[in-house]
Write a new protein. Structure first.
Ligand SMILES: Cc1ncc(COP(=O)(O)O)c(C=O)c1O
Length: 311
């Protein structure tokens, strides 16, 4: 669905709510030219207790952390951003939706050094269904190992969710789709598994769970952390600092992606190799089902992970 078809009228920008069509920036904005922005992608679920934003505090913390290497100074404190977001969702009557906070260097001068350019902050939200499609959640996706490598963390901080980083994600994802796959897996500079263009990756082998460690050039995903917590609660051993070689993908019993957008999406094929029995595996299904029960508040543990929106 395009933005034009959506029934959302406002966006929060630099301290005030503005009409959707007026949420504009100058064409000489620093962030547009050099990718000097940081952002978040957060989901809000429609639960029996009203709309509930999943792990908002952790996303907000990552937003502030992502600013650090770029010396971006958010002019608003976390409480103000939280209030702006819950007010935006309530005003727009949004229940199940995706929230996109973004902070970037604005207009002022266009040297690579941002100098005194202002820091701009915006928060938008809109309804957004399953990222890789409903069918993918059940049957899994076919993915391609990208010919593009992830940035090494010695080249750019890969643990900061920086707008400029997503050029690499776009290249990898589009290459995969051009070749008939739903998504890519991107290897790091060493040639080991890093993550998807917008997802972390999990591997299941002999009933144990593995995911690349933070030094493998991955984003420290909040859904990744959720999956690790839920899997351990279900009694699985989780190796969360794994180095996973490309070949180990082929011999995995199960593979799945995690992400705020992709949620928990099984992977059924990597290039020409069928993973496990070629459909959602039992461990993935158990974790996925616990994840959706949790975020939809059909089970009431981890209430600390939810920020409720008052009508
Ligand atoms: C490159 C990358 N890796 C992993 C993730 C998953 O992170 P999270 O679970 O915090 O959404 C994302 C999505 O934000 C991403 O863009």
């Amino acid at each position: 669905m395009s933005f034009d078809e959506m029934d959302v009228d406002t966006i929060w920008m630099d301290g005030e709510f503005v009409d959707w069509d007026d949420a504009q920036i100058h064409v000489l904005t620093h962030g547009l030219h050099y990718g000097t922005g940081v952002f978040e992608g957060v989901r809000c679920y429609d639960t029996e207790n009203g709309p509930a934003i999943f792990r908002w505090d952790e996303h907000l913390q990552r937003l502030y952390d992502s600013c650090k290497p770029y010396e971006l100074d958010i002019d608003h404190d976390p409480e103000e951003l939280t209030e702006a977001t819950t007010e935006l969702l309530a005003n727009e009557g949004l229940e199940s939706c995706y929230i996109r906070p973004i902070v970037f260097y604005g207009y002022g001068s266009l040297g690579v050094s941002p100098g005194d350019n202002p820091t701009r902050t915006a928060i938008a939200a809109w309804p957004w269904g399953a990222y890789l499609g409903e069918e993918a959640l059940e049957n899994g996706v076919e993915v391609m190992i990208s010919s593009w490598r992830k940035h090494a963390s010695s080249q750019i901080p890969t643990n900061a969710k920086t707008t400029g980083l997503y050029v690499n994600s776009m290249l990898a994802g589009e290459e995969a789709r051009r070749n008939g796959y739903a998504e890519a897996i991107v290897l790091n500079k060493e040639g080991d598994v890093a993550e998807g263009p917008g997802e972390n990756l999990f591997l299941v082998r002999d009933d144990e769970i593995y995911t690349p460690g933070l030094s493998e050039s991955i984003l420290d995903g909040i859904t990744r952390d959720t999956v690790i917590t839920l899997a351990e609660e279900l009694g699985y051993t989780v190796h969360d600092s794994a180095t996973i070689s490309r070949g180990e993908l082929n011999t995995a019993d199960e593979l799945f992606f995690s992400g705020s957008a992709a949620e928990v999406t099984p992977i059924r094929k990597v290039d020409n190799v069928t993973i496990g029995n070629g459909s959602r595996g039992p461990v993935t299904e158990e974790i996925q089902s616990k994840f959706f029960d949790l975020v939809n508040r059909r089970i009431d543990d981890h209430d600390e992970w939810f920020t409720y929106v008052e009508a």
